[in-house]
Design a protein around this ligand. Structure first.
Ligand code: SF4
Ligand code: SF4
Length: 129
């Protein structure tokens, strides 16, 4: 079944924070000098220390233990995604759409695994309890 996201933004508001990242998310951001994104990423390193990814380099990746989205530049957890943009047309746009993390690109509320969320996603009218 093909579904079309209506860009209502509910899923980004609900789950656009406190998400887990993967190393593959970080690689293009480091290569592209995307400090605007990396500064909002918190890293737990294998020695137990935490810092944002603002100055992360490729060589640090082997020491990354866990990746958290999203934080403020001081490392404090945010309760919203910094890239969430509701515009005058009423739709929500992702300001990093072309390079957003896997947790966002892979989110398909119409899939079985997200069944409970599919019930409130307006793009999922065909899903029944
Ligand atoms: S809740 Fe559904 S329609 Fe709304 S933005 Fe998310 S996927 Fe798109
Ligand atoms: S990065 Fe983009 S897709 Fe992901 S939660 Fe934020 S606004 Fe939504």
């Amino acid at each position: 079944m093909t579904q079309t996201c209506r860009q209502c933004g509910i899923c980004c508001e609900k789950w656009g924070w406190d998400q887990k990242g993967i190393i593959d998310d970080l690689i293009p951001w480091i290569a592209g000098n995307r400090q605007d994104i990396l500064t909002h990423v918190l890293i737990r390193f294998s020695d137990g220390t935490y810092r944002t990814a603002a100055d992360l380099v490729q060589a640090d990746l082997s020491c990354v233990d866990r990746i958290y989205y999203w934080v403020d530049p001081d490392g404090k957890k945010r309760s919203s995604c910094p890239f969430f943009d509701r515009r005058s047309d009423g739709k929500v746009y992702c300001r990093i759409h072309d390079t957003k993390p896997a947790v966002c690109t892979g989110f398909t509320p119409w899939a079985e695994v997200w069944h409970d969320f599919g019930l409130i996603c307006p793009a999922c009218p065909d899903i029944t309890p």
